[in-house]
Ligand binder design. Sequence first.
Ligand SMILES: *[C@@H]1O[C@H](CO)[C@@H](O)[C@H](O)[C@H]1NC(C)=O
Ligand SMILES: *[C@@H]1O[C@H](CO)[C@@H](O)[C@H](O)[C@H]1NC(C)=O
Ligand SMILES: *[C@@H]1O[C@H](CO)[C@@H](O)[C@H](O)[C@H]1NC(C)=O
Length: 576
Amino acid sequence: MQSSNGKAFQLFCLLLFVIVLFVNQLFCIEARANSSLNLRVTGSALPVEATFKFPSPLPVIPQDGERNFGKGKIDLEGLEVIQVSISASTSQRIWRTFENGPDNKGVSIFQPINLPNGFSTLGFYAQPNNRMLFGWVLVAKDLSGNSLRQPLDYIQVGNTNSLPVKQDGPAFFWQPLCPNGYEAVGLFVTTSPQKPPQESISCVGSHLTEQSEADTWVWKLEGIISFSSLKPVNRGTEATGVYTGTFTFQQQNFPPPSLSCLKNRKFYLSNMPSQDQLRPLFQTYSPFIYFHPEEEFLPSSIDWFFSNGALLYQKGNESNPVHVQPNGSNLPQGGSDDDSYWLDYPADKNAREKVKRGDLKNTKVYLHIKPMFGGTFTDIVVWIFSPFNGDARLKILFVKSLSLGDVGEHIGDWEHVTLRISNFNGELWRVYFSEHSGGSLVEACDLEFQNGNKPVVYSSLHGHAMFSRAGLVLQGQDGNGLRNDMARSDKLLDAGVGYEVVAGPGIREPPWVNYFRKWGPIIRYDVEKSIDGIAKTLPAVLRKRFRELVHSIPPEVLQEMGPTGPKVKRSWSADE
Ligand SMILES: *[C@@H]1O[C@H](CO)[C@@H](O)[C@H](O)[C@H]1NC(C)=O
Ligand SMILES: *[C@@H]1O[C@H](CO)[C@@H](O)[C@H](O)[C@H]1NC(C)=O
Ligand SMILES: *[C@@H]1O[C@H](CO)[C@@H](O)[C@H](O)[C@H]1NC(C)=O
């Protein structure tokens, strides 16, 4: 009796549990429906809902009969392309999610619309929702008769049906299946499982395409799906691959879409700005570079550095250094960074101290003009020279700023920022900031501007690494690491005031550009010994942590060694 009663009770409990589950489920579905309804309303507050605008109008580029720069279209040889800036009038949002990705704000996908007569869509554009709408995609017109073809069919290469994220509804991703000799460079996206109409997107002749790879990721769900824009695999001043602006994605259990990028077969320099076009362009975007209020080691022009006693040493003849000519004409040319020569400060102590502090008032920046992405973009690399790089400093637990003394100091410091400008319309797209051994590429919509469209750049205290924001950036882990301190001050370099174009197509390079040895002495310096010395001054609890931290810092930051000049850096002819 007892046991049968118990069984009935158990059964009753189970039933109750199932009912609770079921009702709960019902409510969940309803709640979900309502929450997505609400999201659709709050969605209008996402940054991506507004289109980014530069603070001032874009530069008026003087026309040049010989040049194609700023004319809006580029012929890649039988395929004319134009750059469609994504905005409310040129595009239609097809799909979005509301979570994950940068700032957990999701991603949106846009289709270019209202194309000029004769132009075809090559793919769609995707960007994170945490920034204003700012991007572009190329669309193309067949001039030769064999550059574009309709796809034969579409294959579904993924969908968002079962993704556990808040979204507008499912999206379906379609790869065009191209005829022989043609390639897809982008995807089509629909919100229903029906295939897109055949002519929705065009395939591009294989002779006009190159291999592509993922650029920065745009959105991802760890281990499930990730979206990214596409960039050419081969990039650099000689490379022909064209950044197309389309996106791709990778979804677990689906094969990755096979997508190419465009190629400029007519890659010659007529798409690049002429000297007369470069001037208004650089005046528009020349950066404002702020040094930290406590910065003692400021930049100088090269002729100032040479005229103020810089010495050229030769290996094996160290007792007979010679003065560098103000125009650098006696610097050894070419060769390699083989330590057979180096530069150093004047021997006189006062002269040395003067040179170390630079000459901010009369300084100059040096420009290197690089064709990028098959000559569809121009990189204006802005090089800044500081005669001295101060000591590295660490933040370690409760010690806010610990100087590493001599460690990290060196003579002759080269840093750069790069403006990446469209040759279609003269618009600034991205800026690269060099930061010790690496750097970061920042979209124009995420920059701080001053005096119109001039990007603000912050140079870190002593190390002169370049950042797009003021504040503290620690290179390390768990709130400890190498300090990069950036702040506004009256120590300001307006790059548009003093600059010189020193390299690029048709530019005669001054002798210092082809001086490939070090800009400071090589001191065989015992970093370990200095580190030991500093460790001894620390409380015992900090010592182990201190050593670990120091050893996690890139070695080039710690060496007291003059770096080589701009032309010896890998980025001189490569992408950043
Ligand atoms: C969902 O919204 C509808 C209409 O606004 C409302 O009648 C219903 O009670 C809501 N359901 C829940 C679970 O909030
Ligand atoms: C050492 O340098 C001096 C000054 O430039 C030069 O006159 C001399 O020939 C050099 N000696 C050797 C061995 O290269
Ligand atoms: C550099 O300056 C020296 C004298 O200061 C002069 O003799 C030489 O011609 C100059 N060279 C160039 C390339 O201007």
